[in-house]
Design a protein around this ligand. Structure first.
Ligand code: NAD
Ligand code: UDP
Length: 312
């Protein structure tokens, strides 16, 4: 049994990770400030005597004895991370410094939830880990993109200078159960709009692409990365290479829900990446991992979840 700290543990990804780690017999501590997360996501776990919930902000130092740290604390949806850009940068950068300092002090292994956004609006397709990216340092997405890039730099510096056992994964668009109905990201927006027979909001022409990964595949990938040999730091892309245009995603959601919704076109947000697809050769080679759940299968599970949520 390991003792594991999950920052952002009450969020969409964090709650799934906490649940899986507990089911595998570990002791798990969720740390969260509930900015975008919700106790509802982890309430079903509190009867487990090996689960602990702590309200804390990662921008402040935190001390605990654990074997492993998964650092997930950070708002991930553009509407949420842009709400207070300065706080988003502090969460990424000071959060990384505080968690790396903790890892150094207690000699724990630490994994950073980085993002495909470090590639910005990529000029290389699909994106491999050795691509440096194409990021606007002063645009509306910069607080998130540059915050996450700086966090990666901090992780590498702590590894190089202090020999901390670090792991970096770059997560590509992930969706699934426990996303908040007002999360604002595309999959949850389209499903909620379709289930309410409201207009589906396509930003721009809908010809931009994303590659969507189901939550269960991501959690497996994260754990496999944490369990790689000491000295292997990544970064490693974790995503599903199946690439879809946003308009095709909308059509698929309408099909699967049997909705009467119509497509409406809204302005494309500034710096919205045109295309995105992970090259996952490194994850296959080093983690023996690849996603198993295709978009239709994942969407069906997610639609069922939102149907229940909207009834309550
Ligand atoms: P989420 O918003 O559901 O979860 C983030 C969690 O972090 C929330 O519970 C929130 O309350 C908490 N949090 C935010 N700021 C905090 C702070 N200062 N102190 C403590 N807790 C704080 O988002 P998610 O989709 O679960 O994302 C989790 C992580 O994965 C994030 O770091 C995100 O950048 C990364 N990621 C997610 C995706 C994706 O598609 N879901 C893609 C790339 C990277
Ligand atoms: N998008 C959209 N309608 C929405 C929400 C998002 O067309 O209601 C588009 C958005 O402009 C982007 C894509 O869907 O091109 C993915 O957006 P999301 O916010 O989910 O993730 P990110 O842009 O960070 O990859």
């Amino acid at each position: 049994m390991k003792k594991i700290l999950v920052t952002g543990g009450a969020g969409f990804i964090g709650s799934h990770l906490c649940e899986k780690l507990l089911n595998e017999g570990n002791e798990v501590i969720s740390l969260d400030n509930y900015f975008t997360g919700n106790k509802k996501n982890i309430i079903h776990l509190i009867d487990n005597p090996y689960f602990e919930i702590i309200r804390h902000d990662v921008t402040m130092p935190f001390f605990i004895e654990v074997d492993e740290i998964y650092n997930l604390a950070c708002p991930a949806s553009p509407i949420h991370y842009q709400y207070n850009g300065i706080k988003t940068i502090k969460t990424s950068v000071m959060g990384a410094i505080n968690m790396l300092g903790l890892a150094k002090r207690i000699n724990a292994k630490i994994l950073q939830a980085s993002t495909s956004e470090v590639y910005g609006d990529p000029k290389v397709h699909p994106q491999k880990e050795d691509y440096w990216g194409h990021v606007n340092p002063i645009g509306i997405r910069s607080c998130y993109d540059e915050g996450k890039r700086c966090a990666e730099t901090l992780f590498m510096e702590y590894h190089n200078q202090n020999n901390i056992n670090i792991k970096i994964i770059r997560i590509f668009n992930t969706y699934g159960t426990r996303m908040h109905p007002n999360d604002g990201r595309v999959v949850s927006n389209f499903i909620v709009q379709a289930l309410k027979n409201k207009d589906i909001t396509i930003f721009g022409t809908g010809q931009q692409t994303r590659s969507f990964q189901y939550i269960d595949d991501l959690v497996t990938g994260m754990q496999k990365m944490m369990n790689t040999d000491d000295g292997f730091t990544g970064p490693v892309n974790i995503g599903n290479p199946n690439e879809f245009t946003i308009i095709n995603l909308a059509k698929k959601v309408i099909d699967l829900t049997g909705s009467k919704s119509k497509l409406v076109f809204k302005p494309l947000p500034e710096d919205d990446p045109v295309q995105r697809q992970p090259d996952i050769s490194l994850a296959k080679e080093k983690l023996n991992w690849e996603p198993k759940i295709n978009l239709e299968e994942g969407l069906i599970k997610t639609i069922k979840y939102f149907e229940r949520e909207l009834r309550n």
